[in-house]
Design a protein around this ligand. Structure first.
Ligand code: NDP
Ligand code: OXD
Length: 320
């Protein structure tokens, strides 16, 4: 049995969902489920914590923690929570299952809008048999905000479908086949040549509220789809929900797909629920499978114990 323990703090889940996953595969590890009544003595032996939306009390109770593992690719549930963090590495979750699921969702949404699927569904409800004119994917320019792990994978798969892909990131990037832009100075040029704006941005101080009506008005209006579309599966706090609803109602946006919202769950009375040409999914574009998380975390811990550097650690100053 290893001396130090691994603590799981997973808001919304139960110990029965997680502890057996670790116990069956890693019986020599001491894995604890966080609860307020867990003794300080047990918590003082915690070396690693795997967390989703950690509460205020957690970090002051694990003084000997050596690394934090985010249960998701996003870390804003840790960095933007207002909780003061221990000075230890924070590791993001990077995994092919999650990346593939995200790219499926992004490609699906771009195709739904390209192939006018919502209009056909409406026609079918009214028993209307009518073919709608449409461009080819190669005539449509998809601009991806966030060219990280998920943005780059989505760009490859969108190009396989024939879309013309560009991307925007904070720092300069070279991605084969993708026209790249970076930094605030190049944002307007990126938007001006984008028909479908896909966001896979993290929520940070810099990206909060970025996708508002003013930004959406800068998208191309001369494209083959006859108006711009928005697809966001990054984080809801990077967008302004009310302004997106207005943009859909007044034609600034021709359509959208949103997996993330400023307030989740999206409140029942929010105008987005009845906005035209909008696909809504409940923050379900991609997910972290428990078995894959256990394998990832234990792989990283094994590296750490061998004195190797942890992978996929975040830049605390940048917040992602
Ligand atoms: P990465 O850290 O690999 O990539 C983030 C990208 O965003 C980078 O290209 C980065 O630029 C760019 N970026 C960050 N800040 C800015 C900025 N101020 N201006 C321009 N670009 C910026 O993250 P992932 O690709 O793995 O994940 C992205 C996000 O997807 C996660 O943070 C999470 O919020 C979201 N997500 C959502 C899920 C869902 O189910 N809806 C599931 C999983 C993740 P640079 O390359 O220069 O660093
Ligand atoms: C993530 C998420 O960040 O599921 O991984 O949102």
């Amino acid at each position: 049995m290893n001396d130090g323990s691994i603590l799981l703090y997973v808001g919304g889940d139960t110990p029965a969902q997680w502890l057996p996953v670790f116990a069956e595969r890693y019986p020599r590890e001491n894995v604890l489920w966080y609860s307020d009544d867990l003794a300080d003595d047990a918590l003082s032996r915690v070396e690693f914590a795997v967390v989703w939306a950690p509460g205020e009390a957690l970090f002051s109770r694990i003084p000997n923690v050596k690394a934090l593992f985010s249960l998701g690719a996003g870390v804003d549930h840790i960095t933007q929570s207002g909780v003061s963090l221990p000075d230890v590495p924070v590791v993001r979750y990077v995994n092919d299952d999650l990346t593939n699921a995200m790219s499926e969702w992004i490609v699906l949404q771009c195709l739904i809008h390209l192939r006018q699927h919502l209009a056909y569904a409406e026609q079918a409800r009214a028993r209307i048999w009518r073919i709608l004119e449409q461009p080819g994917a190669d005539e449509v320019r998809v601009g991806i905000m966030g060219l990280g792990v998920l943005g780059q994978d989505a760009s490859r798969k969108l190009m396989t479908m024939g879309f013309a892909v560009s991307g925007w990131s904070r720092t300069e990037k070279t991605v084969p086949g993708v026209q790249t832009f970076h930094g605030n100075d190049q944002l307007d040029a990126f938007l001006a040549q984008t028909d479908i704006l896909v966001s896979l941005l993290p929520h940070t101080r810099e990206t909060e509220g970025l996708i508002d009506a003013a930004l959406l008005r800068k998208l191309a209006r001369d494209g083959a789809l006859g108006g711009p579309f928005l697809v966001n599966a990054g984080r809801g706090k990077t967008q302004k929900d009310d302004e997106i609803a207005s943009c859909l109602a007044n034609g600034t946006l021709k359509g959208a797909s949103l997996d993330v919202f400023q307030t989740e769950p999206l409140p029942p009375g929010h105008p987005l629920w009845s906005a035209p040409n909008l696909v809504i999914s409940p923050h379900a574009a991609a997910w972290s499978k428990r078995e894959s998380v256990a394998r990832y975390v234990m792989g990283q811990i094994a590296r750490f114990r061998e004195g190797k550097p942890l992978q996929n650690t975040i830049d605390r100053d940048q917040g992602y």
